[in-house]
Design a protein around this ligand. Sequence first.
Ligand code: C2E
Ligand code: MG
Ligand code: MG
Ligand code: MG
Length: 279
Amino acid sequence: QAKSEGYNQARAFDEELGEIIFEKNRIEIMLKKVICEEEFFLCYQPQVLAVDGSLIGFEALIRWKTKGGEWISPGQFIPIAEETGFIKPIGGWVMQKAIQQIAVWQKKSFYKLRMAINVSVKQLNEKKFILDLKDTLKKYDVAPESIEIEITESIELEENKEIIVALKKIRDMGISIAIDDFGTGYSSLYYLKNLPVNRIKIAKPLVDHIAQDSYDYAIVQTAVRVAKVKGIHVIAEGVETKEQWECLKTLECDEIQGYYFARPMLPEQAYEQWIKSAK
Ligand code: C2E
Ligand code: MG
Ligand code: MG
Ligand code: MG
């Protein structure tokens, strides 16, 4: 009995693993053939001031609808793109698109509007990245101060000296740097000390139970306090309720992003619902 149970479990595991590998290959093959302009587009999610919910800027989030009409989430394909190197052309396309968009909005509305762009550490490995960034800002006449780059914390961020050098160069250009998904995974409060960082983004799992769980509340409280010592700003992501917002305000978190305020949306909607009425 026990033996066959173990056997069945092993078989189920093999099958599951097989499916994962199959799915990965399938996405990789589609990525190889993708034409960015035809299948990708960007959605924009508002980032607001914690005290009054007023608009500060947007985070650009990629969306993929394949030629066959299938939606593949960034959570599925970005890790595969990072592993296979496709992140470089994709990231380049995102950069171009997001900067072009902020240029349009700033001219139509106000110049202080900010654009946060997700960048993979794999992109930072390339010298070309900084050159492209400079060229794109110049091309669309966008001030580096209105761009923020979001880097997800990773072991590489802590250990790879070249990445730190690249981040310093980017920051010296006037672009701000945010550490995404802060407080889960690899980040420790100590390593913030030596990173060229302007902002931390408190990860959603820490925000989820902040209003009920005193442990999570204390973690966020500590992160905010430590960040402030170094003049690092704090934004919380994944804010879905008024109670979470209230807690974060009490903790003097500077900015908020989440479904409670707005979902990621198309540029037209972002303009109509947010930018038009903002100052
Ligand atoms: P992220 O950068 O941490 O982005 C936040 C994710 O949380 C987004 O998922 C966003 O839609 C979602 N979100 C925002 N507010 C809420 C909320 O209140 N509740 C819930 N449940 N979710 C919320 P999305 O768009 O699926 O992106 C997932 C991840 O994929 C991103 O996490 C980021 O790491 C990556 N990604 C997205 N676009 C790009 C891109 O252009 N380049 C790179 N390199 N990575 C990207
Ligand atoms: Mg992000
Ligand atoms: Mg992330
Ligand atoms: Mg995040």
